[in-house]
Design a protein around this ligand. Structure first.
Ligand code: DLL
Length: 442
C-alpha cells in the first residue's frame, strides 16, 4: 500500500478532521436540505413533518430532529415497494433490498448521484486505512439485492484499486484467486472469512505466503476473540465495517487502523442513540438503539430510521486524526435479544465466552426449544480436531466447565453440547446463529 499525493474526489480530510462545530454546521445545512427535499417530494414525510410542527427552515440545531417521529421497518414495508422514494422513479438507477424473514422486503433506491455519494463514503474509509490504487480488492460479499457486493465494488473502483468481484461461495476458487491475483484487501463477512481459513487449512493454503493485509469485515455482529482468530489465521488486520441498506449499505461507519470504535461518516449520516423502550434520546456513552438520518441521499432519504442495532456513540480524540463520532461495534439487535427465564441474552455474549475457551472452534449454534412450556436454551459448539476423540468422560467434564463459564458471564444455565469438527453448517454470507425450534416443541 503506497502513499498517493494526488487529491482524489472522495478525499476530504478537511471534513473528517474538522472541529465538532464545523461538523455540526455541515450536518445542519445537510439536514435542512434533506428535510425540505422529503417535505416537497413525498406525501408520507410531508404529513409526518406537518404533524410534528417542525419547520425545516427554522431548525437551528440538529438536536431539534428529536421533534420528528421515527421511521421504522414497518413504515418501509407498509409503503412497499417505492412509496418512500423522494424522486421520480425515472431518476432512480439502482434498487437494493433486504430480505427479512416475514412480509415484504424493504426496498431502497439510489439516483446516480446517490451511488456516487455511497461510493465516496466507503472509498474515503478505505483510503484512510491505506488502501490505494495499487491494491487488489477481493469482494466476497454477495452481489445482488444485498448491498455488500456492489457497495465495495464501486468504492474500491472509485479509489482506483483493482477489484475482483468474486461474490460469495466456491471457497476453493476464492483461495485460488486470492493466491493467483495476489489479493491484498478482502471485503467479506467475518463468519465467511473464518470458513475461508478452515478450507485453506484443509487445502494446504498457507495465508502467511499470500498477500492479504487488510479485511473489511461486517454485515453481522462479531466479537473481539473472533477478530483475533481471523487476524491470526489469515495474517491480516481485520476492521469492522458497518452499514445497512436502509441508510445506504456498507460505508455508514467503519473502524480505522486504531481498531477502537467505528467512525461514523457524519457529514452523510446523523446518528442518535435512543432507549428502545421509552424512545427517549440518550446522551453520548449510553447503550441503546442506533437511529440514523441520512443527510445527503435523494432517492431514498431516511429520517430517524430505527435500526434495532444496539451500540453507543461517543466522542474520541482518535490517534488516526478523524474527529467523526465513533460508535461501538454493534452488540446485537433488539430483535436478536433472547429472553430466557427473564434473562436477556444476546448471541454475541455467548460467542464472547465460547471464543475464549481453548479447544473450541468458532462455529456454534444456539438452539431454542420448549420443555414443559418453559424455554430451553442450548448451545452446540464444535471442538477442535483431535479433542473429540478423547474419552467421553472428559468431554462431559469439558461441557460442564463451559456451562459454568457461561453461567458466570450471563447468569443463565445454558446447556452445552459439544459437536464433532465440521458438523455445524457454515455460512457463505451472513451467519445464522440461532435456531428457534420453540414452535415445534410442546
Ligand atoms: O449488511 C450492509 C453491509 C454490507 C455492512 C457489507 C457491512 C458490510 P443489510 O443487509 O441491510 O446491510 O443488514 C443490515 O446487518 O442493521 C446490522 O444488524 C447488521 N450489521 C451490518 N454490519 C454490522 C456490523 C448490510 N459490522 C444489518 N456488526 C444491520 C454488527 C452488523 N452487525
Amino acid at each position: 500500500m503506497a502513499t498517493d499525493s494526488k487529491k482524489e474526489m472522495f478525499r476530504d480530510p478537511e471534513i473528517s478532521t474538522a472541529s465538532r462545530d464545523e461538523i455540526h454546521s455541515i450536518q445542519l445545512k445537510n439536514l435542512k436540505n434533506t428535510l425540505k427535499h422529503c417535505y416537497d417530494k413525498n406525501e408520507f414525510y410531508k404529513k409526518r413533518i406537518d404533524e410534528s410542527g417542525l419547520n425545516p427552515d427554522k431548525i437551528t440545531d440538529v438536536s431539534q430532529i428529536s421533534k420528528l417521529p421515527f421511521t421504522s421497518k414497518d413504515d418501509l414495508r407498509d409503503n412497499y415497494p417505492f412509496g418512500l422514494f423522494c424522486t421520480q422513479l425515472s431518476q432512480v438507477v439502482r434498487i437494493h433490498a433486504s430480505s427479512g424473514t416475514t412480509g415484504n422486503p424493504t426496498v431502497v433506491g439510489y439516483t446516480s448521484e446517490d451511488l456516487d455519494v455511497w461510493a465516496a463514503c466507503l472509498a474515503r474509509i478505505m483510503y484512510d486505512t491505506g488502501v490505494r490504487k495499487e491494491d487488489i480488492v477481493q469482494v466476497s460479499h454477495t452481489f445482488g439485492l444485498f448491498t455488500g457486493g456492489f457497495g465495495f465494488q464501486y468504492a474500491a473502483e472509485k479509489l482506483g484499486a483493482l477489484v475482483v468481484p468474486i461474490s460469495g461461495g466456491n471457497t476453493e476458487r476464492q483461495l485460488k484467486i486470492m493466491a493467483d491475483f495476489k489479493t491484498t484487501v478482502l471485503a467479506n463477512t467475518p463468519s465467511y472469512t473464518l470458513y475461508m481459513a478452515e478450507v485453506a487449512e484443509k487445502e494446504g493454503v498457507d495465508f502467511s505466503k499470500l498477500h492479504l493485509k487488510l479485511g473489511f469485515l461486517g454485515a453481522e455482529p462479531w466479537t473481539e476473540p473472533m477478530r483475533s482468530e481471523i487476524e491470526k489465521r489469515l495474517h491480516m488486520k481485520a476492521l469492522n465495517s458497518y452499514g445497512l441498506s436502509e441508510v445506504i449499505g456498507p460505508g455508514v461507519s467503519c473502524e480505522c487502523l486504531v481498531q477502537d470504535g467505528l467512525h461514523i461518516n457524519e457529514d452523510h449520516f446523523l446518528a442518535e442513540i435512543i432507549d428502545p423502550d421509552t424512545d427517549k434520546v440518550l446522551p453520548y456513552g449510553n447503550k441503546g438503539e442506533l437511529v440514523f438520518t441520512s443527510l445527503t441521499k435523494k432517492a431514498f432519504p431516511v429520517i430517524r430510521y430505527r435500526t434495532k442495532d444496539i451500540s453507543f456513540i461517543y466522542e474520541d480524540k482518535c490517534a488516526c486524526g478523524k474527529t467523526f463520532l465513533k460508535m461501538a461495534k454493534p452488540m446485537g439487535r433488539t430483535d436478536d435479544m433472547l429472553i430466557i427465564k427473564g434473562v436477556n441474552v444476546f448471541p454475541s455474549q455467548i460467542e464472547e465466552v465460547l471464543m475464549k475457551v481453548k479447544d473450541l472452534e468458532p462455529h456454534y449454534l444456539i438452539v431454542l426449544t420448549k420443555e414443559n412450556f418453559m424455554d430451553k436454551i442450548e448451545v452446540w459448539v464444535e471442538v477442535s480436531e483431535g479433542i473429540f476423540h478423547e474419552k467421553l468422560m472428559d468431554l462431559e467434564f469439558f461441557e460442564k466447565s463451559i456451562e459454568d463459564k457461561l453461567y458466570s458471564a450471563i447468569g443463565l444455565h445454558i446447556k452445552v453440547s459439544l459437536k464433532e469438527p465440521k458438523t455445524i453448517a457454515r455460512s457463505e454470507g451472513k451467519a445464522r446463529r440461532v435456531w428457534d425450534r420453540r414452535q415445534e416443541s410442546n
